[in-house]
Write a protein that binds this ligand. Structure first.
Ligand code: BGC
Length: 900
């Protein structure tokens, strides 16, 4: 076996991080090898102050030497103290602990931001006064707001000369609500809607840019500021800027300057800019050269220092325009307007290309749906005007796209266009947090592939530096319920480590002294304290999800005491261990309703309370807080007993009479206790039977669950021998179900099971029912983690219904994991990939007791037991009609035949 150089190098989970503010960053890599059974036994890690040093194997900052350890992730920096605002280079090699040492990896690099809080106490600047504008937006259903408190786009500039070229120049920029940073006439970097949303009183995020190659002898920095969330409505004043530039010269000398009163400010072509309302840009007001040296800014005003909070590094993936889409059709609409269909619902905006006389005003309205007459249906958009306006300057081709707004749309109405537009006039930009794709899934059932597609687009549309509920109406908030319900799906599909680390920090900072959390984080709607426990459960669930997926123990340490405090808050709020007063939404949006019809909110509140306590107990154990853990065990037992006393009636949970004739069992209330194994053993079969009766008989294979029941019901059915029923739920095309949405033309997931289009809560792009996608990975491809960080995982494909193949590949912190099966001419082929340092428990489905499994040309299994030995595999036994194998790292191709 040959040890190959490690790949996929990450520092703090990012490939090339900039602006790290952790004094001890952590390194991860995926060791590779050519054979089976490899596992890491050690590593040598070098961190150098220059690329050439690292290349020539000199770790002047840290040379770890050969460290014996069976790990390849989250190795903490232990070298010389790192400096703020510097670039470092690193590489690694791994050993198998038995004398084998791999070649070196490539050299990777990272850039530090401000490692200690005192290194940058930002000074904020802005204009003395701003032009305000009105919108008719609300911030939450039924509430008027947003009438005032938004400013026209603010332009800021500053020129500076350099006597010699620095070897390193870094810019740290935080402009809140949103900013665009420009240097010498060019936009720096490709972030949009930067920085990510936070509670600005607690922290604003700064982005770090390496601007070394952009600087000359004479320079001009320019910044455009937009409102974003930094508006009066959400408790903040007008936009403001904190910016600092750090220079390092050849001789080691360092210089730094920051935005202050010597910067100048003005209004400009960007007028109204509102997240919900849209943008107005009057190109006639452009100021050519404003962001270049030599511009006459005598008409501009001096900036003033304004108050503002602390800053922290933005180390999660930024929001970007991640894809561009061409329209699939264009047609004329009444009154000289045109309607574009992009064929896909998405979050973002359009780029306009136009030529015409100065002063021509173009309006772009965005909607998810059309009405029956083919006009835009603005119903789901509710109070968000979703309208961008561009006013031409004239004199040639003009290309424009907005900066400080975004829309949820599939259709765009173009009005005021001079002449006849073409398909090339508009191009849609798909805008979201640019999380890396981690998983892929496909199977032989096209409907499932369509559902998977809708989940991916729905999930990405709802990653806008926080996990949002929807991208189209006047909400787009970090609703915690929506966030945790989609968490498992999202970690299968994307690398969420950086994104969730940031969001968990937002949650931590939103916690009140009494331990309570809000429904929405960042807490832009202050009245939403305390949360429905089924929403604030996100704190524990996401913390554990991050740990389980990425084996990130630091996240547990960071949040443990706050989670404890939250559980204490729940404990104080409960009466007899049942949570009565806190529930608000419960099993939200079941078929036919917004509010839960059958499941009482006390039920969901208390179930999540129990779940929180179980998770916090688990975390306590990982952290070695065994006494705490025992305390939580006791609390959990008390909640469990109260829960069963109150909600378990005869042989089902909480049947609520919904009609006079029928008291059919409630799917959610039976599924949730089964999921957490809360049902007394003697009642389990009955409860399961009640659930199955509802699913199979009363609902004819359909869900009758709101968002919480939906999240867990498929796993419960699968884990209790009812996988075919779960499969049917996901694959029929009748109401209610995911297939129904597809049949009705959905390209993302809806908020409601119903097909609705009026002015009401019926977003076409919510992700809270997206958990179904995790079930595709877990059950159809059969991949699920058994130990944190996929150190051990299960491959248990389910060959359900009409499926003839399914495959999924994941990038885990240990490397690539894969399960791919296909039925072919009476045989089953199963491919499994186990990364170095991991092991897999493989459950191979057998067509019958005579089945034979062949691997590497050898008969591994015959007569329901192990036959010939095969490298890397141990036969562990059987589980019904499945062979149970334990596989070491490597690639496997199993061929299962009925008999020989
Ligand atoms: C949001 C949801 C959210 C809910 C709370 C809605 O307005 O869009 O997705 O979880 O409120 O019940």
């Amino acid at each position: 076996m040959t040890l190959l150089p490690p790949v996929d190098l990450r520092c703090e989970s990012l490939p090339e991080p900039v602006g790290l503010d952790t004094p001890k960053p952590r390194f991860s890599w995926a060791p590779e090898s050519s054979g089976r059974g490899a596992a890491p036994g050690g590593y040598v890690l070098l961190v150098s102050s220059a690329a050439e040093l690292c290349q020539s194997e000199v770790g002047d900052c840290w040379d770890s030497g050969l460290v014996a350890a069976d790990r390849s992730s989250h190795v903490e920096y232990e070298g010389e103290p790192l400096r703020s605002c510097a670039r470092y280079f690193w590489r690694v090699r791994w050993s198998d602990g038995q004398g084998g040492l791999s070649p070196w990896s490539e050299v990777a690099s990272f850039v530090t931001g401000f490692l200690r809080e005192k290194d940058w106490k930002p000074r904020w600047i802005g204009p003395k006064s701003v032009a305000e504008f009105h919108t008719r937006e609300t911030i939450l259903l039924g509430e008027r707001g947003g009438e005032l408190g938004q400013a026209h786009g603010i332009y800021l500039r500053k020129e500076f000369d350099l006597r010699e070229k620095p070897v390193l120049a870094l810019a740290f920029v935080s402009g809140v609500g949103h900013c665009e940073f420009r240097l010498n006439g060019l936009k720096v970097g490709d972030h949009v809607l930067d920085p990510g949303w936070t509670d600005y009183k607690k922290r604003a995020l700064y982005s770090t840019y390496d601007i070394t190659d952009l600087l000359g002898a004479k320079n001009a920095a320019g910044v455009i500021l937009g409102n974003g969330r930094h508006v009066k409505n959400f408790g903040y004043e007008f936009p403001r800027l904190a910016c600092r530039i750090e220079l390092e010269y050849e001789n080691g000398e360092r210089k730094s300057f920051h935005a202050d009163e010597t910067w100048r400010t003005s209004a400009g072509p960007l007028r109204e800019n509102s997240l919900y309302g849209g943008e107005t840009y009057d190109a006639r007001l452009e100021m050519p050269g404003w962001d270049e040296p030599g511009f006459d800014d005598s008409g501009w005003k001096k900036a003033v220092v304004v108050h503002g909070g602390p800053v922290a590094a933005q180390t999660m993936p930024p929001v970007r325009v991640c894809a561009r889409l061409k329209p699939v059709s264009l047609r004329a609409a009444p009154e000289g307007a045109w309607i574009y269909d992009f064929g896909q619902n998405l979050s973002g905006w359009v780029r306009l290309k136009v030529e015409g006389p100065a002063g021509t005003e173009i309006r772009l309205r965005h909607a998810e749906l059309l009405d029956e007459g083919g006009a835009l249906n603005m119903g789901p958009t509710e109070n968000a005007e979703a309208t961008d306006v561009y006013i031409l300057k004239g004199g040639g081709l003009e290309t424009w796209e907005p900066r400080f707004t975004y829309h949820g749309f599939r259709y765009v109405e173009l009005a005021g266009f001079p002449g006849t537009p073409s398909e090339g006039t508009l191009e849609a930009g798909f805008v979201h947090s640019d999380v890396e794709r981690a998983g892929s899934f496909a199977c032989s059932n096209d409907l499932i592939n369509r559902i998977h597609h809708n989940v991916i687009w729905g999930q990405l549309s709802n990653l806008m530096s926080v996990p949002t509920d929807c991208p189209q109406r006047d909400e787009r908030h970090g609703w915690l319920g929506d966030a945790h319900l989609a968490a498992e799906e999202s970690v299968y599909n994307f690398d969420m480590s950086g994104f969730y680390a940031k969001f968990l920090e937002d949650i931590r900072l939103a916690q009140k002294e009494d331990g309570s959390l809000p429904d929405v984080v960042p807490p832009y709607i202050p009245r939403l304290y305390p949360a429905d426990p089924a929403w604030s459960a996100a704190y524990a669930i996401l913390t554990w999800q991050v740990y389980e997926t990425y084996e990130d123990a630091r996240i547990l340490v960071r949040h443990y005491s706050h989670l404890k405090k939250y559980v204490e808050f729940l404990r104080r709020s409960a009466a007899g261990h049942i949570i009565k007063g806190l529930g608000k939404y419960g099993d939200w949006c079941p078929p036919g309703s917004i509010v839960p019809k059958k499941t009482p909110v006390e039920f969901t509140s208390t179930w999540y309370y129990y779940n929180d306590v179980l998770i916090v107990a688990r975390i306590a154990r990982v952290l070695g807080r065994n006494e705490d853990a025992r305390g939580f065990d006791e609390l959990a037992a008390a909640i469990l007993s109260a829960f069963n006393q109150v909600f378990l009636k005869d042989d089902q949970y909480d049947a609520i009479r919904v009609s006079r004739i029928d008291t059919y069992p409630n799917q959610t209330s039976n599924a949730l206790p089964l999921y957490l194994d809360m049902v007394p053993p003697e009642k389990k079969a009955k409860v399961l039977e009640s659930l199955v009766r509802s699913v199979v008989r009363q609902q004819d294979g359909h869900v009758d669950t709101g968002i919480h029941g939906t999240r867990y019901i498929l796993d419960v059915l699968t884990d209790n021998g009812q996988a075919e029923a779960a499969y049917r739920m996901t694959t029929h095309e009748s109401y209610p179900g995911w297939g129904y949405m597809v049949k009705e033309g959905a390209t993302t997931l809806w908020e409601r099971w119903e097909k609705l289009g009026g002015f009401a809560m019926n977003s076409q792009n919510h992700i809270m029912l997206g958990s179904v996608d995790a079930w595709f990975y877990r059950t159809l491809a059969g991949l699920r983690p058994l130990e944190p960080g996929w150190k051990k995982f299960q491959v248990a494909p389910h060959l359900l219904g009409d499926l003839t193949s399914a495959e999924a590949t994941l990038r885990t912190i240990r490397g690539r994991v894969r399960s791919a099966w296909k039925k072919e001419a009476g045989t089953l082929l199963l491919e499994v990939l186990v990364p170095v340092g991991a092991t897999a428990r493989i459950l191979v489905p057998l067509p019958g007791p005579e089945a034979v499994i062949i691997e590497s040309g050898k008969t591994l299994w015959r007569d329901m037991r192990a036959a010939e030995p095969v490298a890397g595999i141990a036969v562990a036994g059987r589980d019904g009609l499945r062979a149970v194998l334990e596989a070491a790292s490597g690639e496997y191709r199993f061929k299962v035949v009925k008999s020989v």
